[in-house]
Design a protein around this ligand. Structure first.
Ligand code: ADP
Length: 206
């Protein structure tokens, strides 16, 4: 990495309801990984604060939060985790879920992220994912998961605005994983492609 002080990371990528959050939470429990979900960061903001109110308005409509605000909030959250030493960029591989989510963000994050791999969780069946999201709505009480129109709008946005992000990266960086396997099978595939990255990351810091 040399003088590169960007965060070494892998991206968790894929449509809503594909299981990024589930996998991210498992990875977060393995030493050497630090999982950060942009959606979780947004949901944790105090809804009474000015940023919180604005963010909630976008989330509840299934719209993307504007790029400038997204980056500002994301930087603040990463900085806070670093300051607390919960995230140690020299020791932990960042597993980033939810960013970049459009082409403008691809350019913005170049300054902050050293992306090694993109873990693309694929699911061919949109109805199956909508079903998963409905179950998640009950489990996690998410405002953006409760309404079918909002869910469908998020899928549209994914196809139109987020999916094209993949085309901006070298195909050799993209690891396609079928999300229809059991959580353990999906985890095994993710580990198969992230462990070598982690080893490389640590070697370069020894
Ligand atoms: P999903 O399961 O739908 O992918 P997330 O938890 O990743 O849900 O994101 C929830 C919401 O947070 C998104 O619908 C969007 O409103 C907002 N969001 C998350 N990441 C970003 C981002 N990088 N840029 C703008 N908005 C974002």
């Amino acid at each position: 990495m040399g003088s590169d002080n960007r965060y070494p990371c892998v991206l968790l990528f894929g449509p809503p309801g594909v299981g990024k959050g589930t996998q991210g939470k498992i990875l977060a429990n393995i030493p050497g990984f630090f999982h950060l979900s942009v959606g979780d960061v947004f949901r944790s903001i105090d809804i009474g604060s000015p940023n919180g109110k604005e963010v909630y308005n976008y989330l509840s409509r299934g719209e993307l939060v504007p790029d400038e605000l997204t980056i500002k909030i994301w930087k603040k959250a990463v900085g806070a985790y670093e300051a607390l030493s919960w995230y140690k960029p020299r020791e932990d591989l960042l597993v980033l879920d939810g960013m970049p989510r459009n082409l403008a963000q691809v350019d913005i994050v170049k300054e902050y992220l050293n992306i090694y791999k993109i873990i693309y969780l694929e699911c061919s069946d949109e109805e199956d994912m909508i079903h998963r999201i409905r179950r998640r709505a009950i489990r996690e009480n998410r405002a953006d998961d409760a309404n079918e129109d909002v869910i469908r709008h998020r899928f549209q946005l994914y196809q139109q605005v987020t999916r094209p992000v993949l085309d901006r990266y070298d195909p050799s960086m993209i690891e396609r994983i079928d999300c229809n396997g059991s959580p353990a099978e999906v985890l095994r595939s993710i580990l198969d492609c992230t462990i070598p990255v982690q080893n490389e990351h640590f070697r370069s810091n020894m």
